[in-house]
Design a protein around this ligand. Sequence first.
Ligand code: PEP
Length: 252
Amino acid sequence: MRRPFIAGNWKMNTTRSEALDLVQGLRQALPHGNSVDVAVCPPSVYLAPVAAALEGSAIGLGAQNMYHESGGAFTGELSAAMLLDVGCRYVILGHSERRHILGESNEDVCRKVHAALTAGLIPIVCVGETLQEREAGKTSDIVAEQFFGSLAGVSVADASRVVIAYEPVWAIGTGVNATPEQAEEVHGNLRGILASRFGAAVADQVRIQYGGSVKADNAAELLAKPNIDGALVGGASLKAAGFAAIVQAAAS
Ligand code: PEP
């Protein structure tokens, strides 16, 4: 039985005081009990204050990106060790905004996945097709290509620590979520390619989140699908009550 995992991607959308208020709100609003893993991913400059504000809570901390090198002359970048040092447990890698706006390739994502796993971070590896690709019937090819490219060379032992997020680009920030059936079809395919690449035991263990306009009012039906093990939430993670309702949907 896979433990549901709900993560909030705050992107570049909070000030320091909004981030701290959000943590306070989440500490009060999140359902008690520990049947769901929950994490928040604030802007990198607020990781340290958010880590301090999360102290003593079960909410995990994640970064939105990192660089694959462990140190050196890489102006503006952050290493996996630095993220661990400020209290991160997770790092989002290959988010579609990084792939499509900032030009990250599968090879870039793969280098980061290896560096994250080596350092002991849990990578949340994002894959997903554009609307044009979906309309051209290429969804499964694109998702498989991103999956194999981003996880090339990952060992079976390491693979069980990876989280996959299926995020159709056309559903991110648009208010139009994939239907539970559309999402389940891709998640089922991903489970199959996980099994072919890493074996049935790993495929059974790895959590596959859905991301793309998840809200309090559509979370339950998405999360009810057998291969949807959680959600990566953007806009709806910026309000404590709405995010808590999504966590509640995962718990029940
Ligand atoms: C995301 O950015 O990962 C995301 C899923 O955003 P939203 O929930 O706003 O669509």
